[in-house]
Write a new protein. Sequence first.
Length: 340
Amino acid sequence: MFAYLMKRLALVVPTFLGITILIFAITRFVPGGPVERMLANMQPQGDAGGASVVGQNSALSEEQMADLNKFYGLDKPVTEAYIDWLTRLAHFDLGESTRYYEPVTDMIFERLPVSLLYGGVTFFVSYFISIPLGYFKALKHGSVFDSASSIMIFVGYALPGYVVGVLLITLFSYHLEWFPMGGFVGEDFDDLTTVYDQMIDIAWHAVLPLICYLIGDFATLTMTMKNNLMENLSSDYIRTAIAKGLPFRKAVRKHALRNSLIPIASHFGNSLLFFMTGSFLIEVIFDINGIGLLGYESIVERDYPVVMGIVAINACILLLGNILSDVCVALVDPRVKFGA
């Protein structure tokens, strides 16, 4: 196991470099950038067609444009600029935002508790409800409970989370006014005197977004658990165990259930991304000031240091999550012997 983990950790480095090189190159070669965005904001409203970025009609001269590109580090070749960014990253420096002129690390950590709350609740609810639900659906296959829950699960799976978010806001926030239109906390959150009132306010704002977060992953895990358990229940080793006198439910819990958890365990590490970003569009729809909304705004506003910082953190989490998934599979399936 130790040798296998060392090999996988060694592969993390070239994979991480490949991901970041690709994203860094895209940020440099796509049209627009922080300088162009700033010039576009300087153009007067109603300027049909807009002025050219550089030239006689530009708000800045060519020398000023060159100074701005040098200030943002855009005057260097892509290779040299990437090496500079990688060097700063090795010192845990993600650079400075070209939009807010704040350290990217501070901006990410400022919004991290919001994403951790939604991601953590989504992670635990998805696993601790979908696994028992899939278990009972497999045992009650064909029953009214199985059919009714399957209809709800398939409807939820067919609808993207952001579409469900729009529907929930329209119905429960706009028409019925049961829940707020969005945000992480209310406007009077700082005026609340007790921790209990503050927790109630956070929970009240979190109900609708959490439904959108849960609906896709919850459906996938539930149906995966059910289908795998049903497949194992029809296997020869289960029929043999029952024929030898082992009670059915004990055969399910002792043999079929553990084998059915293998595909779930392989998905475990990838779910760690919920702790970081959740969903960009869901945070945009509900105006939740988390990592997802920060990433979306950074892409739209061409704030490349923030984009690269979020991509770097997500890449590390995803790569380490894949290793964690392998470890979980080894714990669930004793037949797996890494390095053997």
